[in-house]
Design a protein around this ligand. Structure first.
Ligand SMILES: [Cu+2]
Length: 166
């Protein structure tokens, strides 16, 4: 899978402080995997982005806001059932509980990209900055998938299926 690992240096610093007996200074334990968006046919409708967020720490963190040069405004949305219809509504923040993973995925939590500044073209990338209460700002490179995609595209894993037995 296409994996982006942030804060390697901070993780090493934290490890060093554990080894040498000093308390880790930062609650910087958030990782983001597989950020992806659906391509768009125009800029009139909002775009949507998804990702998997891990919190490897022992305390909750909160995703408070999202920004990108690609959209005038980005909102955190959840999908909910209201009677027989599914609706979307904005949420203030998304809690990432300690030692757990929160998935933004079709039919659930997602980032809504309002007032797109340009088309989302399959195969291209754009920067999205996630603002966390504890971890601070993380900028991820979002892969643009097909318009009807339901999961992150496998960007790097393109080994030849026919040349392996497994
Ligand atoms: Cu939405």
């Amino acid at each position: 899978m296409f994996r982006i690992i942030f804060h390697n240096c901070l993780a090493l610093t934290a490890l060093a402080s554990v080894l040498f007996g000093t308390a880790p200074a930062m609650a910087d334990n958030v990782r983001v995997d597989d950020p992806w968006a659906r391509s768009s046919i125009g800029i009139e409708r909002p775009g949507v982005a998804y990702m998997t967020i891990h919190n490897d720490g022992n305390e909750s963190d909160w995703l408070l806001a999202v920004t990108t040069p690609l959209a005038k405004r980005a909102e955190l949305h959840e999908t909910a059932r209201e009677g027989e219809v599914m609706i979307m509504r904005a949420v203030e923040s998304v809690e990432i509980p300690p030692n757990s993973t929160v998935k933004l995925e079709p039919g659930g939590l997602h980032v809504m990209l309002m007032s797109l500044q340009k088309m989302l073209v399959e195969g291209e990338f754009f920067a999205l900055t996630l603002h966390f209460a504890q971890a601070g700002d993380l900028t991820v490179n979002v892969t643009i998938a097909a318009i009807a995609a339901n999961e992150a595209p496998a960007v790097i894993h393109d080994h030849d299926e026919h040349s392996h037995d497994h």
